[in-house]
Design a protein around this ligand. Structure first.
Ligand code: HXC
Length: 256
């Protein structure tokens, strides 16, 4: 039984709702455990083809729980090894979409950046205020923001610690779409539902290949891409998809 999140499946979309609204969904460690376990459960559950994560209340997530870590020291942090849990997010195979409204700060922005796609409300504010607390991002923020916007701009945001408005985040290619707040969930779900109709294996291997592109040279990435491309030609969905095209009908994908 989860204490800090809620989960449900709607139209083949597994939805994770972050549910600590009194503290703007600040992430304590137990909550991160719950989020990652929920993602892994949906990843293995055939009833969910896409995963959406959103916040309840005024914000997506206002950061890691400052009360929880205020008295920590480095040795305790090392022994806790809390980021081993975060690392598991990058092993999720299904598409993961963050629907961000309100604040996505610190660990909350890192959580959003760990997803594949970010849809943000026009009033969303994203950023890394850690510098103002005398710390820095620890769950991939310096790496993912830099990959998204380049070194010079990332340093500016990370050093100043100011929140970025959705328009700026969009300008730098950090988010996919800006949506009016009242339409955020509807548009996110419409997009997610479109993905549920695509060939699941294609989605999966495209995700893996795109992530490889972020982490490797073009040449290595292309070799990796090629192997995945070949692999899809062993799937029934490839046969079905191409046959349907030839027969001028819609494909019926089964994920095999
Ligand atoms: C614990 C938090 C919190 C946080 C908000 N709250 N953010 N509690 N950890 N990160 C709590 C507040 O204490 C308050 O509780 C309640 O949520 C509502 O927040 P307010 O401050 O009253 O709301 P508002 O005035 O609207 O200001 C919103 C805010 C501000 C600008 C987002 O709350 C804020 O600056 N929060 C901290 C943001 C931050 O520094 N995040 C980075 C954390 S470090 P009470 O009980 O008073 O009502 C981090 C490191 C990641 O994330 C490392 C890897 C995981």
């Amino acid at each position: 039984m989860n204490k800090f999140i809620r989960t449900d499946i709607k139209d083949e979309v597994g939805v994770i709702t972050l549910d600590r609204p009194d503290v703007l969904n600040a992430l304590n460690r137990e909550m991160v455990d719950e989020i990652v376990a929920a993602m892994e459960n949906f990843d293995q559950n055939e009833e969910a083809k896409v995963i959406v994560i959103k916040g309840n209340g005024k914000a997506f997530v206002a950061g890691a729980d400052i009360d929880e870590m205020a008295d920590d020291d480095s040795i305790r942090m090392e022994l806790l090894n809390q980021f081993a849990v975060w690392d598991r997010i990058s092993l999720i195979k299904k598409p993961v979409i963050a629907a961000v409204h309100g604040f996505a700060l610190g660990g909350g922005f890192e959580l959003a950046l760990s997803c594949d796609i970010i849809f943000a409300s026009e009033k969303a504010q994203m950023g890394f205020p850690e510098v103002k607390l005398g710390v820095m991002p620890g769950a991939g923020g310096t790496q993912r923001l830099t990959k998204a916007m380049g070194k010079a701009k990332a340093l500016e945001w990370l050093w100043l610690g100011d929140p970025m408005e959705a328009k700026e985040a969009m300008h730098y290619g950090v988010i996919n779409r800006i949506i009016p707040e009242e339409a955020l969930m509807e548009e996110t779900m419409t997009f997610a539902k479109k993905l549920t109709k695509q060939a699941p294996l294609s989605l999966r291997l495209i995700k893996e290949s795109v992530n490889k592109a972020v982490d490797s040279t073009i040449y290595d990435g292309m070799q990796f891409e090629r192997k995945n491309f070949y692999l899809l030609f062993s799937s029934l969905d490839q046969k079905e998809g191409m046959q349907a095209f030839i027969e001028k009908r819609l494909p019926n994908f089964e994920g095999r």
